[in-house]
Design a protein around this ligand. Structure first.
Ligand code: SAM
Length: 267
């Protein structure tokens, strides 16, 4: 997969590309990260990428011409018409695991990083295929957002993670595609279960007994129950869209009953 990133700060990415999954995907050939300096697509001596907003007001706005030229220079590359041209923007569709899964099926994604007050609206209307936000807050530039998108997508590419199973158990994994309570124990769009490691007892806090039992079926059931319980408490919205299997339905009923009993005892 190819990521084409258009930015005024290509060096911003040099360290993040040297670590973790991004580095591994580069080394393993699963992903290429190509950085394009927006200023290379300007046509004046000062390599100007921004200008004052029409109508007045504070700050500067990215001019359309350099962004159009940068993307048009990439056109003949793989992915063809199917490669999304994504304008990072707090006003865009929210990045979720299912959006990351959607991008991971593409051959190429182009990421346009804005700065200042943002980008001339004609870029959003006539160049980008979509605007994408990494959350309801405002960053100073699109570079961090592009890095988040690249990280979330790259770890989904086959062969990038050492252990593919760990990905299947992550929170939100297979949102909308993995059947709830699947045999693999995949999280099926819910939150991950709690994890513990040695020591079995730390400052008096013990690891749940079942995890030390060696009973794989009991451990699987416990993990699924705890994952459902966390989701029920923290993100009930995720459960609303989950196709509940028989086992999940039963576990959720147990969770609700236990919560009711606890509340009853407190009263
Ligand atoms: N004036 C714009 C607004 O209120 O919508 C915000 C501009 S922001 C200071 C500058 C750039 O940072 C944006 O063009 C975008 O590329 C990036 N950015 C900021 N917040 C973002 C977010 N939550 N998700 C993705 N990109 C973001």
């Amino acid at each position: 997969m190819i990521f084409d990133v258009v930015t005024i700060f290509p060096d911003f990415f040099s360290s993040i590309l040297e670590y973790g999954v991004l580095q591994r995907a580069r080394a393993g050939g699963q992903a290429k990260f190509r950085l394009h300096d927006l200023r290379d697509f300007t046509d004046d001596r000062h390599r100007t990428v921004d200008d004052r907003p029409f109508g007045g007001g504070p700050g500067m706005v990215f001019k359309p011409e350099p962004l159009f030229r940068a993307v048009e220079a990439l056109k003949p590359e793989p992915g063809g018409a199917d490669s999304p041209v994504v304008l990072l923007s707090p006003q865009g569709r929210l990045l979720t695991q299912s959006v990351a899964e959607e991008f991971a099926r593409k051959e190429r994604v182009v990421l346009l990083c804005g700065r200042y007050e943002g980008v001339d609206e004609r870029v959003a209307q006539h160049l980008a295929t979509e605007e994408l936000s990494i959350g309801d807050y405002v960053l100073t530039g699109g570079e961090l957002a592009a890095a988040v998108v690249m990280e979330a997508v790259t770890r989904l590419l086959p062969g990038v993670l050492g252990n593919e199973e760990s990905r299947e158990q992550d929170s939100f994994a297979g949102a909308g595609s993995v059947a709830a309570g699947s045999a693999s124990g995949g999280a099926g769009g819910i939150l991950d279960c709690p994890h513990y490691t040695r020591p079995a007892e730390f400052r008096g806090w013990k690891v749940p007994e079942v995890l030390l039992s060696g009973d794989h079926e009991e451990i699987r059931r416990w993990r699924r129950r705890r994952a459902l319980e966390k989701t029920w408490r923290r993100r009930p919205d995720l459960l609303a869209s989950l196709p509940l299997g028989q086992e999940d339905g039963k576990l959720l009923e147990e969770i609700r009953q236990a919560a009711l009993e606890l509340a009853g005892r407190r009263d």
